[in-house]
Design a protein around this ligand. Sequence first.
Ligand SMILES: [Zn+2]
Length: 351
Amino acid sequence: MIADEERGPAGDGASSRNSTTKRSSNGKATREPGIWLLLERLKAEDRSRTHFKYVARCPFHDDNDPSLVIEYKMSSRDEFKDGRRRLVAGCGVCQGRPVAAGRKVNLATVAEAVGMTVGEALRFCEDLDGLMPERSGPDLPEQAAIDWWHFNLLFYSDLPEYLYTKRGLSRATIDDYQIGWHDFRKRYVIPVYDDAGALVSLRYYLPDPPQGQPKMLGHKGCPVTLFPTLPPSGPVLFCEGEWDALLLRQHGFPAVTTTGGKGASLEPWSSGVAGRHVAYLYDVGAEEEAEAHARLTAFHARSVRVVRLPLPFEGDDVTDWFVTYGQSAEELRLLINRTLPLGSGRRGQRS
Ligand SMILES: [Zn+2]
């Protein structure tokens, strides 16, 4: 008798939290280097909760009232005719005047004034289009940065509140998975680790993004992977999206999602579920996609189920199951276990 046969496709309800969650060895949160070091050296102050804007005393004139602005400009107006985003520095007093060997106030001259190169200052700003040279692999932050973002999230009381009330997540889940608030991107950040516990990707989320921006953003250069990591054995529950996966884990389900968003293929992981019970629990209205994905793994898996959430509205998801409709984990477990596997009835004995 194989253990996961007994446990059924919904798991045994035991905690399935990511066993590879990483913590810093010294527990000390420090600022990410790069732009943070520049801002620290300038003693810059954060002037916006919604976007990246810092002010500091200008190093090029006798500045009592901070007039140096370092800002991540999102607009396509004025100097950004190509519509790309730029991190810029400017001083309202020195504006246009040559300040350093004939050069004007800009990010490069400001960085040099505090003993950095512009490359050092922009080390983790790889997503600022057009500023950084092409890289071969993703430039991932150090653990200290993840600790810092996590600290940041807990520091502002309204930030975890969203995760508690709208996402149903507990403090323990937020801690275990090191969910943070990225103070540069002004987005929630979800670190993604591989089986060996190495950081492989980051996901950045904003519930109500400005028009034209997606809610979830990836980290440049990172491959699509599973989140959290595939449980080493036993059943697997595929769901849609990182928040749903976290909430399901919190309730003891062996849930995973891809970091590729809607439409990402599960094919690369189909062999990882060989011989295991697999279920797909997608949003209401996405059952066809769930079935297509289920068929991909049907050959390898011991059994494959496509679970339909009995919720009223298209787009209702497993977070709604718990948070909006107040349904329990036990009811979900029953729903999964009562769903007939694909092709049941004509399935032969497989060795
Ligand atoms: Zn100035």
